[in-house]
Write a protein that binds this ligand. Structure first.
Ligand code: GLU
Length: 608
């Protein structure tokens, strides 16, 4: 870390010569150490894994200064709001899971965005035509899809419950990065280019992210003084400065009156959010979900996320089979079939529990998993979509075959970010946060330097009163975020999570399966090629997965489609982060070696 500090100082000196406020300037400041990422790190005293070296360095700095995992996680998340602004930030929401070493408990915070109090059931119908808006571009780039942000309230709640420092202090590393800038990498440039048309539609977004009409060049330094000032305002005045006061008015004005350029032809439907919605926003403390998988206690995020129930149910199904003794093809076949079954139940039962009765306990009942496992043939893939199970009568007996159902349209996107932190006291944070789509709604709040989410696109787009994920005013759209902490004998074993829309669930599931059943180390389990079966006729799989296993899985009847071919699939599935707690007391922080440009793992005191 001496080297890192030295390099940061060197970067600061270089920046003083090259940066003018807000603009991306060249030439590139080459500083290998700041942008250089290392996907695994082993050692003592605390650890962090995130997608970004600046965010991991922010967390490590807090840990080194005596902060705990909650403090460090908030510092890292705030920094991701600067360096990964298209994936996360104070304009969005997320789910924070904390293992408390003092009492061995796991607590969670639901910081999901909520629908405005006056959002109508037909919000996704165009009043001009009476027909549904198209998902792209109308819903994705709109005020109508902006949910009341929960991220700042989550940070405050996490610090209040578990932290040792104030929010103002936790924001300082992010303020530093926003002021001095970060080095633009190919992923940032590409994400900006992918959003160029819609970013160009807004005066605010184009001036921040398309200076001179182009995406920032790779290697240039990107500063965000507006965001630094916003963070300073919040540091000085607390989150009330966001959920009330002028900033709240500016947010609602952006939603109701998007800052469109004079020439844009994008429709950008306006939204319903009011200052009262912001003032009323509350995080929710929820009990974690829990299943026991082969002796490991697996804790996840309860609804309004479907992550904990769907990962947990899948594990309960897989628990019925001796996967470790199967060859690759047979084990993977069971993994794919189990997740299809759990996704069928997710579609039927999961939604915001404050609005619909979600049978969380039943979905996670091992007997229900046993019943669902009955329908897996050892030799043949079921026709998808498979029907949901019946949680009304759970007795562990194999149910009669049910009729097939239509399945759900999957419109979740592939953005988001995830981080994992552990401290020297043994506390652990797993935190997934998002603004939904890469680039969220596309709208930067004027003069404030952050993008508003488009999370409400996670509601079912067609209103059906029997759908647990239907639009309702004040409701949270169903999420797939799956921050997960596994304990063995009451002590942390593995914490993990990922972005990726509904593929988050299968990424976390596949990694647990790889680690526990297939003899991989955690770095191997993360690096392994991924496939995702979300109760659809085709399995979406990374090209490497198809190369490696395609010919072995085809005889079962699995139809594999390369990821990247459809709207909901990027070529890469997920961008995971994890920490494993090794038997000798060391922590193994692990991030992606390749996906999304690779992640950044760090430990306080490295060991060989
Ligand atoms: N909106 C998604 C969810 O809540 C996350 C977005 C993503 O990962 O792309 O599950």
């Amino acid at each position: 870390m001496t080297t890192l500090r030295y390099r940061l100082a060197a970067l600061g000196a270089a920046l003083a010569l090259t940066v003018t406020g807000g603009a991306v300037v060249g030439p590139a400041v080459a500083d290998g150490q700041v942008t250089q990422k290392q996907p695994t790190a082993v050692g003592f005293g605390g650890a962090v894994s995130s997608v970004d070296a600046e965010a991991s360095a922010a967390a490590l700095g807090v840990l080194r200064n005596g902060g705990n995992a909650a403090d460090a996680a908030v510092a890292a998340a705030a920094t991701l709001g600067v360096t990964q602004p298209y994936s996360a930030g104070i304009g969005g929401g997320g789910y924070f899971v904390f293992y408390n070493a003092q009492d061995g408990t796991i607590g969670t915070i639901d910081g999901r965005e909520t629908a405005p109090a006056v959002m109508p059931h037909d919000a996704f119908i165009d009043p001009a035509t009476g027909k549904p808006y198209r998902f792209t571009p109308e819903l994705v780039t709109s005020g109508i899809s902006v949910g009341v942000p929960g991220t700042l309230a989550t940070w405050q709640r996490a610090l209040d419950r578990w932290g040792t420092i104030g929010l103002g202090q936790a924001l300082q590393p992010a303020i530093t990065v926003a002021d001095r800038g970060f080095v633009v990498d190919p992923t940032f440039r590409q994400q900006t280019l992918d959003n160029k048309a819609r970013f160009a539609a807004f005066t605010t977004t184009s001036s921040l992210y398309l200076p001179g009409g182009d995406a920032p060049a790779v290697g240039s330094i990107f500063t965000n003084p507006d965001l630094a000032a916003t963070y300073r305002l919040i540091a000085a005045n607390g989150i009330g400065a966001f959920y009330g006061g002028p900033l709240a008015g500016e947010i609602t004005n952006t939603v109701q009156n998007p800052p469109k350029t004079a020439t844009t032809t994008l429709p950008v439907p306006v939204g319903h959010m009011t200052a009262a919605d912001l003032a009323a926003y509350k995080t929710v403390d929820r009990d974690p979900t829990h299943v026991n998988y082969r002796g490991y206690d697996v804790f996840g995020m309860a609804p309004s996320s479907s992550g904990g129930t769907t990962v947990g149910e899948s594990l309960n199904i897989l628990d019925q089979f001796n996967l470790a003794e199967m060859n690759d093809a047979n084990a993977l076949h069971h993994y794919l079939e189990a997740s299809a079954l759990a996704f069928a139940d997710r579609g039927k039962y999961a939604g915001d529990p404050d609005f619909v009765d979600v049978p969380t306990d039943e979905l996670l009942d091992p007997q229900f998993g046993k019943e669902r496992a009955c329908s897996i043939s050892p030799t043949t893939a079921a026709t998808k979509p498979v029907p949901p199970g019946d949680v009304e009568t759970i007795d562990g007996a194999c149910p009669a075959a049910a009729a097939a159902s239509a399945g759900d349209a999957d419109t979740e996107n592939i953005s988001t970010t995830n981080l994992t932190v552990a401290d020297k006291w043994g506390n652990v944070v797993e935190y997934t946060l998002t603004i939904e789509q890469t680039g969220g709604s596309g709208m930067v709040v004027p003069g404030r330097g952050f993008i508003l989410n488009n999370e409400l696109t996670d509601f079912s787009t067609v209103f059906n009163p029997n759908d647990p994920n239907r639009i309702d005013p004040g409701k949270r759209p169903r999420s797939s975020m799956s921050p997960t902490i596994m304990l063995r004998d009451g002590k942390p074993f593995l914490a993990l999570g990922s972005p990726g829309g509904s593929t988050i669930i299968t990424t976390v599931l596949q990694t647990i399966f790889n680690r526990i059943d297939r003899g991989m180390t955690t770095p191997q389990a993360i690096a392994a090629p991924r496939a995702t079966q979300r109760n659809t006729p085709k399995v979406i799989a990374e090209p490497d997965f198809i190369t490696k296993y395609g010919s072995q899985l085809t005889p079962f009847g699995h139809v594999l489609q390369p990821s990247g071919d459809s709207f909901t699939s990027a070529a890469e599935i997920g961008a995971e982060t994890a920490i494993e707690f090794l038997p000798d007391g060391r922590m193994l922080a692990a991030a992606e070696p390749v996906r999304r440009g690779g992640g950044s793992a760090m430990v306080v005191t490295p060991s060989p």
